[in-house]
Write a protein that binds this ligand. Sequence first.
Ligand code: ZN
Length: 112
Amino acid sequence: MDCRVAENLVDNYIDGTLRGKELESFLKHIENCPSCYEELETYYIVHEATKQLDEEEDHLNFDMMGLLEEDIRERKIEIGRERWLNYFSFGISGVVIIAFAYFLAHVVFPWI
Ligand SMILES: [Zn+2]
């Protein structure tokens, strides 16, 4: 992923529509590219500040950079969970296919 692509994805990261593999390569780029990280940080701070003002929270959290780091950490956990879920559902569909093949072979066409 190059910087132009990463910059275009900043909005999607912030509104939470960036997912899966795209999110993963975005995070990888951000970690190795200080200028894109800064770009994300700027957008994130603006977004968080507006959100907190909208919600009229009792105490504003001004540790925006800490919030972004926390957010990135959570997204990574989410990626790991999604990947695990993919393997899991892949495994399940494998079992279903085998069970179906077994069913066909022994119940529907027992003479095969
Ligand atoms: Zn970059």
